[in-house]
Write a protein that binds this ligand. Structure first.
Ligand code: COA
Length: 180
């Protein structure tokens, strides 16, 4: 497992607004909590597959200070504002160490959706995972989550039904090692 640190990048979205995408920091905890609390009930339902209403303190802490051997979180903040607001979050985490495969999740605050932000966040995370030596990323999602399906297809993930739940699908991406 290679430890990689990537610099922040500022990108332009489809509507011309600019965001900075960077690795999460421990002092992002309050902003991250506000981000999840601010998602619409529909977005929360899709993100947590109906299971979570509020994130626990220790989950937020884990997200903000990921164990880099098996997890990483990227956040997006508006480049024009400096109020600490987070508008997008993308992360992977694995139970294994060393980490061969990891589960990813992504969410964009409702009024920043449909601008290409999730595409940028996941692309950045894929690059990070590949450089960290992870071989496979996957995501388990509701079969009715059509936006995630379009996003996953657009990014090149393959799709299969979840053998354990007919209402879910699994998106998978095999990562070619960096430099090959
Ligand atoms: C799913 C989610 C993350 C998508 O966020 P987003 O920032 O709106 O997504 P993007 O705009 O980057 O990308 C998806 C769309 O752009 C399209 N797209 C982006 N760039 C494109 C390109 N260069 N060419 C073609 N299509 C492109 C995708 O196909 C898709 O199409 P759509 O706008 O018709 O739906 C967001 O809806 C969300 O937060 N949902 C709630 C949480 C959730 O469901 N998370 C996923 C499960 S972990």
């Amino acid at each position: 497992m290679t430890t990689v640190t990537n610099p922040a990048v500022t990108e332009m979205l489809r509507d011309g607004s600019r965001v900075t995408i960077r690795e999460v920091r421990p002092d992002d905890k309050a902003a991250l909590n506000a981000f999840f609390e601010g998602l619409s009930a529909h977005s929360k339902h899709l993100l947590f597959l109906g299971g979570v209403a509020h994130l626990r303190d220790r989950d937020l802490e884990r997200m903000c200070a990921p164990d880099r051997a098996k997890a990483m979180t990227y956040v997006a903040v508006p480049a024009a504002q400096h109020d600490g607001r987070i508008v997008g979050v993308c992360r992977y985490a694995s139970a294994q160490s060393p980490c061969v495969e990891a589960e990813i999740s992504v969410a964009v605050t409702d009024d920043w959706q449909h601008k290409g932000l999730a595409t940028l966040l996941v692309t950045r995370l894929i690059e990070h995972a590949r450089n960290a030596g992870i071989e496979r990323l996957y995501s388990v999602d509701a079969a009715t989550n059509h936006r995630m399906r379009r996003l996953a297809r657009h990014l090149g993930f393959s799709e299969r039904p979840d053998p354990d739940d007919v209402h879910q699908v699994i998106y998978t991406m095999e990562l070619t090692p960096a430099g090959r």
